[in-house]
Design a protein around this ligand. Structure first.
Ligand SMILES: Cc1cc2nc3c(=O)[nH]c(=O)nc-3n(C[C@H](O)[C@H](O)[C@H](O)COP(=O)(O)OP(=O)(O)OC[C@H]3O[C@@H](n4cnc5c(N)ncnc54)[C@H](O)[C@@H]3O)c2cc1C
Length: 468
């Protein structure tokens, strides 16, 4: 009766993982993607481009070597926008090739065009040349992701006032930049450009930033940013943004401050890309930020045969979690068993320096009334840290005093997003402080910080368990 068992709208992490999962289980699957190439925001404007840009910036600026050779050390003196773009294009090409190959290998069909609902099981696809085709699916998976929020009072021009998608196409590196929005995307780009010697000012109306991260980690991070002269203006809003005749941009803040800058990056939020889906025809409704409500275990919407996964369903809005959501949604949709993933997943902020975290923060431990002890290690205490010339970097472990189990791992510094997985494994496998104290770690490594932090906590915990 239906042309496909599953029709997926969007080829980002949620869509492609869902599509491949269903195809691996023998189902007939179609992916509809409006972009020129498959991959979604993750490949073309989000995760991979920003991380490639970061890597290029760190390599060409010689950032990682400055601990030894001083702050003025540079690998390349004049880094251009073209330098940054070159590596980006090669990386993206490679990513797309891998994805196309995955689709072909798993016999996932895909067509290029913009999808919208005709009824809950039928989608109309408008192709680039204007041709319109209709497709039907027993189940539909909406993995349409998000697009940058662009309020009317910001005079976007793709050159000097931009959103995070447009930032990838700049012709020249700015000497100064204001970043509106101290969320993950704003902070990542702010610190990357600061590593490239751009004078960066971050502005956010909230009095604090990165609220979901352990406060001690954010304090250390903020100290490092201020130490290299980044301006972080919290608790203040950019009321007026004006492009000036001399090509610069003026910002008037609600606290009376004014600044003139070469470029403004507006990175204060994203909207679910549901406005063109004709949701009414499917009996669905999005919230004020374009997001869809789903059952958090099955990713089913209020319409039984329609599922939604990835950024379009909101928090945590990560490529990593979107993939898992897409996989679970596809399994439920085709009637296969879908096991829930472990409760704690890692969060990575690829700023300079990196932050990564998994499990409970110290603030959450207090709120939940769990007696705890923390262990801290600084990277400069490890031999690997000496070899690498690191004078920053911090790893914090939080243990329950009752069970001695690891309940939180929080890292700021070089390699944080890789290192966190050791803590994640111990945490999800319900390991205790003894794991770190009793196990041997490769030497010299930054991972040795786990042992140091474990011992730090253990020394203070003693044999407390028996006393509780
Ligand atoms: C700058 C930036 C940096 C990021 N860094 C990280 C990171 O380091 N780590 C991490 O885990 N996450 C990161 N993210 C988040 C990550 O990119 C998203 O979580 C992820 O892309 C969401 O995947 P998705 O499958 O929901 O949708 P997307 O990747 O957003 O893909 C949705 C796709 O649907 C298509 N589509 C939309 N509407 C239609 C339609 N009507 N018809 C046809 N096609 C349609 C779009 O063209 C798009 O290709 C970052 C995001 C940004 C913006």
């Amino acid at each position: 009766m239906f042309q496909y068992d599953l029709v997926v709208v969007g080829s980002g992490p949620a869509g492609r993982r869902g599509a491949i999962q269903a195809a691996k289980l023998g189902k007939k699957v179609l992916v509809i993607e409006q972009g020129k190439r498959v991959g979604g925001v993750s490949v073309h404007t989000g995760t991979i481009p920003s991380k490639t840009l970061r890597e290029t910036a760190l390599n060409l600026s010689g950032w990682r070597e400055r601990g030894f050779y001083g702050r003025s050390y540079r690998v390349k003196d004049e880094i251009s926008a073209e330098d940054l773009r070159r590596r980006l294009l090669i990386t993206l090409d490679h990513e797309v090739e891998v994805l196309e190959h995955q689709f072909a290998r798993n016999r996932v069909q895909h067509i290029r065009g913009k999808a919208s609902f005709v009824d809950p099981s039928t989608l109309e696809v408008v192709k680039d040349d204007g041709e319109v085709v209709k497709v039907t699916g027993a189940s539909i998976l909406l993995a349409v992701g998000t697009k940058p929020f662009r309020p009317d009072y910001i005079p976007f021009d793709s050159k000097t006032v931009l959103d995070s998608d447009e930032l990838l196409d700049i012709d020249e590196l700015p000497r100064s930049m204001a970043v509106i929005g101290a969320g993950v995307i704003g902070i990542e780009y702010a610190t990357i450009f600061s590593a490239l010697d751009t004078a960066v000012t971050v502005i956010d109306p909230k009095p604090t930033m990165l609220d979901f991260i352990d406060r001690e980690i954010v304090e250390d991070f903020t100290y490092q940013l201020r130490d290299r002269n980044m301006k972080i203006l919290l608790g203040t809003k950019a009321d007026k943004v004006t492009r000036l005749d001399n090509g610069k941009v003026e910002l008037k803040l609600d606290n009376g401050r004014q600044l003139v800058t070469d470029m403004v990056l507006f990175a204060a939020g994203r909207m679910g890309a549901t406005d063109t889906l004709n949701l009414d025809a499917a009996g669905l409704e999005a919230d004020s930020r374009g997001r869809l409500k789903v059952n958090p275990e099955t990713f089913q919407t209020s319409v039984p045969n329609i599922y939604a996964a990835g950024d379009v369903v909101g928090f945590p809005s990560l490529a990593s979690t979107s993939m898992e959501q897409g996989r679970i949604a596809a399994r439920v949709a085709i009637g296969a068993v879908a096991k829930e993933p472990p409760k704690y997943f890692p969060y990575g902020i690829y700023a300079v320096p990196e932050i990564s975290t998994c499990g409970l923060t110290e603030e959450e431990m207090k709120d939940r009334g769990i007696p705890y002890e923390c262990g801290i290690a600084r990277f400069r205490e490890t031999s690997r840290g000496h070899i690498m010339g690191l004078d920053t970097g911090l790893l914090k472990l939080i243990f329950s005093l009752k069970t001695r189990r690891l309940l939180g791992v929080h890292i700021v510094g070089e390699g944080a997003t890789e290192l966190v997985h050791i803590g994640q494994a111990v945490l999800n496998l319900k390991g205790t402080v003894e794991y770190f104290v009793e196990n041997t770690f490769n030497y010299p490594t930054l991972a040795e910080a786990y042992k140091i932090a474990g011992l730090d906590a253990w020394n203070r915990m003693g044999d407390i368990k028996s006393e509780l």
